[in-house]
Design a binder for this molecule. Structure first.
Ligand code: ATP
Length: 320
């Protein structure tokens, strides 16, 4: 391997820059050239490719987002798009590629490896929804950002004796909602994986809690369930308790990465560079059972992940 490329794809996540920096510097230390590909697979197809040196990644470890930019690209889901991407890599002398993104991005990487380009995936997503790994780059920052925002809403909500519904990110995965639910002491937590909630139970819960003297009621709702505003209207009508919905939205994606996200992204980035320089392909790096390791992409994509039952149970039991 003489030259590798690096791109970020799918939703951006805090810590992606730390990963880019680690890949670039470790590969250069290994004697390999690095090219940065802007705007994910779309940028690859548009040949938005720049040379990167160790200094190209100076002063970025503390920044949120991704300096390479990211995009979603329909064309890359087609056989013709993938062939074109592989040809462009060859044209630019890129014989290995690090892809930082989620499951969708891994499928793109897998396609490129079928077309003869060595690829390694790094788990970059705030959703924690990649089955082969217990950690994804950006989750720690996002969940801390959401937790702090929820604390603030809770202050005002308690002062006004309101019920608050706070919607956090997670279309298909409820990890942010689960973690914030526990960490913020929510009375109710609604997760897309556990669509077992009953609005009447929540209403009864609010009424009973009021009788017992509780001054607030915090409901964490995952984006995948959504409809927070209409839910608030129904709950207010049924309980007589003033109820407000707050949708945290994109602020959860931004901001300076936490120490954990910088550290893990740095280690994973170095590992990805090393694996690629060794000539391995079609692998993804993960952190599992206390160890950084790599998996075959196909095996990684076939793995299943679900909210741990015990953690879900206690999330419902602690806010009494
Ligand atoms: P996030 O978790 O943030 O949504 P993701 O990587 O899963 O990240 P996707 O939008 O699913 O996000 O995928 C990112 C890009 O990867 C797509 O826009 C597309 O270019 C490419 N991609 C997704 N699925 C495939 C596929 N089946 N084959 C080839 N490329 C794909």
């Amino acid at each position: 391997i003489k030259t590798i490329g690096i791109l970020t794809s799918g939703g951006d996540a805090p810590g992606m820059n730390a990963a880019i920096r680690a890949v670039v510097r470790k590969a250069i230390t290994n004697g390999v050239n690095v090219k940065g590909i802007k705007r994910g697979y779309q940028g690859l197809l548009n040949e938005e490719i720049v040379d990167m040196q160790a200094r190209s990644v100076s002063d970025i470890i503390q920044r949120g987002g991704t300096i390479l930019g990211t995009a979603r690209c329909q064309e890359f889901k087609t056989e013709a798009g993938q062939q074109k991407g592989a040809d462009i890599c060859r044209k630019h002398g890129i014989d290995g590629l690090v892809v930082i993104g989620g499951d969708g991005s891994y499928q793109g990487a897998q396609a490129l490896s079928r077309h003869g380009i060595n690829t390694i995936g790094l788990p970059g997503t705030i959703d924690l929804d990649i089955a082969c790994t217990d950690y994804t780059i950006g989750f720690d920052t996002a969940v801390n950002t959401a937790m702090q925002a929820i604390d603030k809403v809770r202050d005002t909500s308690s002062s006004h004796e309101r019920c608050s519904i706070i919607e956090v990110m997670g279309r298909n995965a409820g990890y942010i909602a689960l973690w914030c639910g526990v960490a913020n002491g929510a009375e109710d937590i609604l997760l897309p994986e556990k669509y077992d909630y009953n609005e009447q139970n929540i209403i009864n819960n609010i009424i009973n809690n009021r009788k017992r003297g509780k001054t607030h009621h915090l409901i964490i709702n995952a984006e995948g369930i959504g409809h927070s505003t209409s839910m608030a209207r129904r709950i207010e009508a049924a309980t007589g308790v003033e109820t407000r919905a707050t949708i945290l939205g994109y602020m959860q994606r931004g901001g300076s990465p936490t120490c954990k996200d910088r550290y893990y992204a740095s280690i994973m980035g170095c590992l990805a560079a090393d694996i690629l320089c060794e000539g391995k392909t079609n692998r993804v790096v993960g952190y599992r059972h206390g160890e950084f390791k790599d998996f075959d992409i196909e095996e990684a994509l076939a793995m299943q992940k679900d909210i741990p039952e015990y953690e879900y149970k206690i999330s419902k039991l602690l806010a009494v």
